[in-house]
Write a protein that binds this ligand. Structure first.
Ligand code: GDP
Length: 521
């Protein structure tokens, strides 16, 4: 259905470039997106009232011409990767933000790897040059090692020194984006046909129903068109700009908020115009069925530690791909060293395809999905959203707090001897609000239940900033006000005591679970 119509040169017209801002956390992506938006020379026209719709367009005066640029307003490469994993190409150019005082950091490298893998030209914004200790030349040197050679060193990457806080050189940065686009890309599309494009973000609004931001990539979208976006469909009832003004049409590279869809498309879903509402509904239904089948097929293809030996025996696989995440780099290194010493047996190999420090992220799961890897978490856990994604994608994640337990499992899997019979089933989570000292019960964590239920005698684990700080604990005391309780549900407050375990702070998350026999599949 994504056939490319042959298009004559004469049908094509210039369109604005679409830009994503990427970089390490805290290097100033959000602030820079704000500064860019405020630099819009047309901002005065609509009184500067703006709203977040996931993308916006600014007009920049470049060499005497007013030129538009579209920015995707979800900073970070996770959104970019997720869309790319779904086959969507949204971005023409990436701005890589690097804080001049901090230099190149792990996510800087990750971001540039993603952009390079997608063949997206990069413009480097060396940010925070107002800060003491800013060293933009160091950033130039560091990035040269990754193949981003500054023009001033004879390369072809534009570096612009900016301060998002002081609005310094924002115009120069936009100029560099346009120069890079003009030099490297064919920025044209045919506006005179039915619209096609990509969903950027969407949500369900109580009053307005499905509210989806889409980016038109070619053609022109009109109010009254019927469209399919992923598995959502419907007639475009109204369209809005990022400043809230109603539109009747939107041409190439224009992001618009669309009302009228049957449900919520996912970021990266493609959309296109159909002849009528019936066709749109039929396509959406077909897609929904195809999605379900694809999910099932994918699940069957994923490898888990448990069925690794079977897959080997059937000649389907000979490599166990692993992603290692840990709370400290020493632990990750120790784990990897120990893993590489395992005698894996003939014809089988073990490969660590990615390692890192910190919580398990959406990116780790995406990578595991692409490369059929098993994720090993050492003293770290995924966020709830990430766990759901892994579950949906059928990615095997395992958590350990003792290196030998991890080694044992993997060794057993390689030898076809892994037979875990129990699995953890999460019962609920609670957030600690205040800690009370009780001479009778030890510390009591005054908490609010955030999800599921907290049950007395359940197993418990404590995480702080995504890291496990206490494990193998038991909910020994559970109170509602002064009374003992056996169970406390979501949104209720309770007091939780973990026996003699006392390392609890405000803000910690107490996660409770029980061990259940694992269904054999
Ligand atoms: P993000 O995580 O990359 O989106 O980073 P933010 O935009 O949230 O910025 C992180 C912190 O750096 C915030 O406290 C910003 O105010 C600060 N910051 C961002 N840009 C600049 C800058 O140009 N100069 C200075 N001094 N601080 C900045």
């Amino acid at each position: 259905e994504a056939e490319l119509e042959a298009e004559g040169d004469e049908d094509l017209e210039a369109r604005p470039p679409v830009v994503t801002v990427m970089g390490h956390v805290d290097h100033g992506k959000t602030r820079l997106l704000d500064a860019i938006r405020k630099s819009d020379v047309m901002a005065g026209e609509h009184g500067g009232i703006t709203q977040h719709i996931g993308a916006y367009q600014v007009t920049h005066n470049h060499e005497g011409l007013d030129r538009k640029i579209t920015f995707i307003d979800t900073p970070g490469h996770e959104a970019f990767t997720a869309m790319r994993a779904r086959g969507a190409k949204v971005t023409d150019i990436a701005i890589l933000v690097v804080a001049a005082d901090d230099g190149v950091m792990p996510q800087t490298v990750e971001a540039l790897n993603h952009a390079q893998a997608a063949n997206v030209p990069i413009v480097v914004a060396v940010n925070k040059i107002d800060k003491e200790g800013a060293n933009p030349d160091k950033v130039r040197g560091q990035l040269t090692e990754y193949g981003l050679v500054p023009e001033e060193y004879g390369g072809d990457t534009m570096f612009v020194e900016v301060s998002a806080r002081q609005n310094l050189n924002i115009d120069e940065l936009l100029g560099a984006v346009l120069l890079t686009a003009d030099a490297a890309l064919d920025m044209r599309a045919n506006p005179n046909k039915d619209a096609r494009g990509i969903a950027i973000e969407a949500n369900l609004d109580k009053g307005r129903g499905s509210v989806a931001t889409v980016l038109v990539q070619s053609g022109t979208l009109h109010v009254g068109d019927t469209i399919v976006a992923g598995t959502a469909h419907g007639r475009v009832r109204a369209m809005f700009d990022d400043d809230g003004s109603a539109l009747t049409e939107a041409g190439p590279s224009r992001p618009v908020q669309v009302l009228g869809l049957s449900n919520v498309p996912r970021a990266g879903d493609t959309f296109f115009v159909t002849a009528d509402e019936r066709t749109a509904r039929q396509i959406a239904e077909k897609r929904e069925a195809a999605d379900r089948n694809a999910a099932l097929a994918k699940r069957r293809k994923r490898i888990s530690l448990e069925d690794f030996d079977q897959a080997v025996a059937e000649g389907k696989i000979d490599t166990l791909n692993l992603i290692l995440k840990g709370d400290v780099s020493g632990a990750v290194e120790a784990l990897e060293d120990a893993l590489l010493k395992i005698d894996v047996g003939e014809g089988v190999q073990l490969r660590v395809i990615h390692r890192g420090v910190g919580a398990i992220t959406q990116n780790d799961v995406n990578l595991a999905t692409v490369d059929s890897a098993v994720i090993i978490g050492f003293n770290v856990k995924p966020a709830e959203r990430v766990a759901e994604l892994a579950d949906r994608e059928g990615v095997d994640m395992r958590f350990y707090s003792v290196i030998y337990a991890a080694i044992d499992d993997i060794e057993a899997a390689l030898k076809g001897m892994l037979k875990p019979e129990y699995e953890e089933v999460q019962l609920g989570t609670a957030e600690v609000r205040e800690v009370f000292r009780s001479s009778k019960f030890g510390n009591i964590a005054g908490s609010i239940v955030r999800s599921g239920v907290i049950r007395r005698n359940a197993k418990a684990r404590i995480t702080r900033d995504g890291k496990i700080i206490g494990d193998n604990l038991t909910v020994e005391t559970l109170k509602r006000f002064k009374d003992d309780a056996t169970e406390v549900r979501t949104d209720f407050e309770c007091g939780i005591g973990l026996g003699s375990y006392n390392d609890i702070n405000e803000g910690d998350i107490i996660e409770t679970f029980e061990m259940r026999e694992k269904p054999r599949v």
